[in-house]
Write a protein that binds this ligand. Structure first.
Ligand code: EPU
Length: 340
C-alpha cells in the first residue's frame, strides 16, 4: 500500500486543479485491500474514495485521507450461448474495458465508449451516454462497507439506479468502496440507435448494418467532436444534470422558448436540455477568470489553464443563477464538489 503525506491531487482530477490531501493511500493489489481494511479506520466526514477523478471538483483541500483503489483485472466468469457475465475490478480503465469487451465479441458497452474514469466509479453515478446507461447491462457488484461491515454484494435492484444516480451517490454516499463490478453482456448484437446522432454518424461512415465495434467507433467520433478532451483541457464532462421537471412546466417553457428540446420520462416528467438553457443565457464559450463554459458544448465547464477549483465553482454558480433568473429552472451539478 503506497502512502503519501500532503499529496497533490492535481494529476488525479480531470479538471487538473491543484488541491492537497493530508494523506493519499493507493491500493494496488488484493493484499493492499486486506492491509487497508485491517489498518485504516475510515472517517466519512473527511476521507474520500477517488476513482478516475473525472467527476469531482476540488474547490478546497481535503483534510483527510484520499483512497485510490487501483486494483485491476477483468475476466469472463460465466458464458452461456448468448449471455456472458464479465467481472472487472474497480481500478480498470472504463474505456479500455469497453474495447476489451468488443475484442471478446461481446456487445452491450459500445454506446458507452470513451467515457473517462474507472470501472469502480461507473455504478456510482450510473454512467450513461448515447441512449444507454450502465444500469442496462449491470448485474451486481461487491463493495467494502467502510463502516466496518465487511464485504457486501449488491444486485441490480439493491443499487437504486436513477438518471446519473445510485444509492452510492445519494443516501450511502461515501460509505462503500466498490471492489468489483459484474456486467451482463451479449454475443448476439442488437444495436441501440435511438440517439439520432449515432445513426447519422454511421451514415456518414457509410455503414448501414453496424456491428458493435462500428457503433463504438461512431460514438468515439461524436464524443471527440462534441466534448473537450480532459487530457488536453481540464473538464469533468457535463457539469450539470439535465433538469427533470413536470410536463406542465416543460410545455409552458417550450411555449416561451420554441426550440427547447424536451425528452419525455416516466410519470409525466420531462427532461430539459441544460446545455440549451445555458447556451440561451449567452454562456457558451464565455470565460470568467481562468474558467470558461466550453465553446464546444455548453454543459461542459473548462479549466483554461491554472484555474483554481473555486474559480470553476464561481463560474458554475453564475451559470446556475442566470438559468434560474431567465428560465426559473434549477440546475443541479453532476460532479461531487469538495469545499462547496
Ligand atoms: N445543446 C445546445 N448547446 C450545446 C450542446 C447541446 O443547445 O452546446 C442542445 C442541443 O439541442 C442538443 C441537446 O442539447 O440536441 C442535447 O445535447 P447532447 O446530445 O450533447 O446531450 P446532453 O443532454 O447535453 C447528455 C449527457 C452526456 C452524454 C450525452 C449523449 C447529461 C448530464 N449529459 O448530454 O454525458 O454524453 O447526453 O448521450 O446527461 C457526461 O455526463 O459527462 C456526459 C458528457
Amino acid at each position: 500500500m503506497k502512502r503519501t503525506r500532503q499529496a497533490s491531487l492535481r494529476n488525479l482530477n480531470s479538471f487538473s486543479v491543484e488541491a492537497f490531501a493530508d494523506q493519499l493511500l493507493e491500493l494496488d493489489s488484493a493484499d493492499d485491500l486486506q492491509e487497508f481494511t485491517s489498518t485504516h479506520r475510515f472517517d466519512p466526514a473527511c476521507d474520500l474514495v477517488l476513482g478516475g477523478g473525472s467527476n469531482i471538483l476540488f474547490a478546497a483541500d481535503t483534510h483527510g485521507t484520499v483512497i485510490l483503489n487501483r486494483v485491476t483485472g477483468k475476466r469472463i466468469i460465466a458464458d452461456s450461448n448468448d449471455e456472458v457475465l464479465v467481472e472487472a475490478w474497480a481500478g480498470e480503465n472504463w474505456h479500455k474495458l469497453v474495447l476489451w469487451s468488443l475484442e471478446q465479441g461481446l456487445s452491450g458497452l459500445e454506446n458507452l465508449a470513451l467515457i473517462p474514469g474507472l470501472a469502480g466509479a461507473a455504478p456510482m453515478q450510473n454512467i450513461g451516454a448515447y441512449g444507454v446507461e450502465l444500469s442496462d447491462v449491470f448485474d451486481s457488484l461487491e463493495a467494502l462497507d467502510l463502516n466496518g461491515g465487511g464485504m457486501r454484494e449488491f444486485k441490480h435492484g439493491d443499487c437504486h439506479f436513477g438518471y446519473r444516480d445510485s444509492r452510492f451517490k445519494s443516501h450511502d454516499a461515501g460509505r462503500f468502496l466498490i471492489i468489483r463490478i459484474r456486467l451482463r453482456l451479449r454475443r448476439h448484437f442488437v444495436p441501440k440507435l435511438a440517439y439520432q446522432g449515432v445513426r447519422e454518424e454511421l451514415n456518414t461512415m457509410g455503414i448501414d448494418e453496424p456491428g458493435p465495434a462500428e457503433v463504438s467507433e461512431a460514438v468515439i467520433r461524436i464524443r471527440r467532436r462534441k466534448l473537450p478532451d480532459p487530457a488536453v483541457t481540464g473538464n469533468a464532462g457535463s457539469f450539470f444534470k439535465n433538469p427533470v421537471v413536470s410536463r406542465s412546466l416543460a410545455e409552458q417553457l417550450q411555449k416561451d422558448l420554441p426550440g427547447l428540446p424536451l425528452y419525455s420520462q416516466e410519470n409525466d416528467q420531462v427532461k430539459l436540455s441544460a446545455a440549451w438553457l445555458i447556451e440561451h443565457c449567452g454562456w457558451k464559450g464565455r470565460s470568467m477568470g481562468r474558467a470558461a463554459v466550453s465553446a464546444q458544448h455548453a454543459l461542459v465547464l473548462i479549466n483554461k489553464g491554472d484555474a483554481t477549483g473555486s474559480e470553476i465553482l464561481a463560474l458554475a454558480e453564475a451559470v446556475q443563477a442566470s438559468v434560474k433568473t431567465n428560465f426559473g429552472v434549477e440546475l443541479e451539478p453532476e460532479p461531487l464538489i469538495i469545499g462547496a
